[in-house]
Design a protein around this ligand. Structure first.
Ligand SMILES: [Zn+2]
Length: 179
């Protein structure tokens, strides 16, 4: 069996954009899959999002805005619970995976379950970063970096404005209505 050809075939499927042929059993942390903006299960027009979200939520979630460091609602939250998407209510992160990164934004070492967020290359601000979006509604959450703690080695740096904290047993929260 020709391993190189198998890996190239796998790479052609998974890494079409960058042409890598990295073996799938590589111990390097696996980044979330990339997804085109049109494939999110929950589709709303931007006009609908503007009605549902506050201006600040819209700026961060729909226009890829960023909270100021050490200023968001949850950067220092340590209570047990879950963090849902502030736009659609999907469970995205758990307090068990939240850690004190010192960066001034809520930081998580992993997502609540596989497939809850998707990644997209972000070349804005003269940097090459990996943006993370809610896999359900496509709203901007923050970025993921590879300087997190073991075992994942990942740091999901998330805007407080993009998430909503709640008790683990609480029912799914509805999107926050504009006051
Ligand atoms: Zn969402």
């Amino acid at each position: 069996m020709n391993l190189k050809h198998i890996l190239m075939a796998a790479g052609a499927v998974v890494f079409t954009a960058c042409g890598q042929t990295t073996p799938t059993n590589n111990p390097v942390p696996v980044k979330p899959p990339t997804t085109p903006m049109t494939s999110f299960p929950l589709q709303r027009t931007e006009a609908e999002w503007r009605k549902i979200l506050t201006p600040e939520q819209y700026r961060v979630l729909r226009e890829s805005g960023t909270d100021r460091p050490f200023a968001g609602q949850y950067w220092n939250t340590k209570e047990p619970g879950i963090y849902r998407c502030a736009a659609c209510g999907e469970v995205l992160f758990k307090s068990d995976d939240k850690f004190d990164s010192g960066c001034g934004w809520p930081s998580f070492s992993q997502i609540a379950a596989q497939g809850k967020v998707v990644a997209r290359v972000d070349n804005s601000l003269g940097m090459r970063r990996t943006e993370v979006l809610c896999a359900n509604c496509g709203s901007h959450l923050g970025h993921v970096f590879d300087d997190g703690p073991a075992p994942t080695g990942l740091r999901y740096c998330i805007n407080s404005t993009s998430i909503h904290f709640g008790d683990t047993n609480a029912p799914a929260a509805k999107p926050v209505e504009k006051k």
